[in-house]
Ligand binder design. Structure first.
Ligand code: ADP
Length: 254
């Protein structure tokens, strides 16, 4: 379980707090989605969880252990980052995934590293692509490889910043279903940000509504209300039901 308490962060001494007492809890196997306007602090929150930025106050715990005091390697066993695009030159798909293990654990590839890589290729139905160069693949395939590469760390949690940002709708669906599979079948929790509120509703178990560096509301799908969205995004929306599903549409009541 990830627990964030009263997290405070500013980029420099003179700037204002970008994280201003943020609190968040995410259980194993849950998909949590950070929602908020541009500049609300989502990426910064991810950076503190990943150890890229050091907060000036507050706590981040994983299964009760202090994530902020862990070495890079200890953290990598718990949390892996899925970048929006992987750029590693002309490596094969196999080597790209294998490199996900080595870049954190810093060893010569051993038998287990190969075995983990092959298992991930199989589970993600990527075996046919194993020898292809990542550079030749489509955006959706590359994003899938980025997930595979993160899974090679055998983490307990994945962090994605805007996983569907550059993808067309078919690839979006591919990545969302892959994220769901990882959470459901492997019990790996996922923390991600999404711009599209309907995609968020489809994917998420928990929603964290962020504004001015704070998580203002948190909860299951019931937390996604017209009022909450209105306050967080300064935008008017309506929530309607279509074929038994709640759908968020632009615009206020007539
Ligand atoms: P979001 O991901 O929600 O769009 P960010 O975490 O990227 O928000 O940004 C939050 C705030 O921090 C913004 O006001 C942004 O301008 C500021 N910020 C982000 N990165 C830096 C940086 N490297 N240095 C200084 N300020 C930054």
């Amino acid at each position: 379980m990830l627990e964030i308490k009263d997290l405070r962060f500013r980029y420099s001494r003179r700037s204002s707090l970008v994280l201003d007492g943020a609190n968040l809890e995410l259980k194993d196997g849950e998909i949590g989605i950070l929602l908020g306007r541009n500049g609300s602090g989502k990426t910064t929150l991810f950076k503190t969880i990943l150890g890229i930025e050091k907060p000036q106050g507050g706590q981040i715990r994983f299964d009760g252990e202090d994530l902020l005091r862990m070495s890079r390697r200890e953290r990598a066993r718990r949390i892996a980052y899925v970048p929006q695009d992987i750029q590693f030159g002309a490596l094969s798909v196999y080597d790209t995934i294998l490199a996900g293990r080595l870049s954190y654990f810093g060893l010569q590839p051993g038998e287990e590293d190969g075995a983990v890589t092959r298992r991930i290729l199989r589970e993600m139905q990527l075996e046919d692509l194993a020898d292809r160069s990542v550079e030749e693949l489509s955006g959706g395939e590359r994003q899938k490889i980025a997930i595979a590469r993160a899974l090679a760390q055998e983490p307990r949690m994945l962090v994605f910043d805007e996983p569907t940002g550059n993808l067309d709708i078919a690839n979006e669906q591919l990545i969302l279903s892959e994220a769901r599979r990882v959470a459901r079948e492997k019990g790996i929790s996922i923390l991600t940000s999404l711009h599209d509120l309907n995609q968020a509703l489809e994917l998420g178990d928990r929603f964290f509504f962020m504004k001015n560096g704070q998580i203002r509301y948190a909860g299951g799908p019931e937390a996604m209300t017209e009022d909450v969205i209105g306050e967080i995004f300064d935008a008017q929306v309506r929530i309607v039901e279509i074929e038994g599903k709640r759908v968020i549409i632009n615009g206020g009541k007539e």
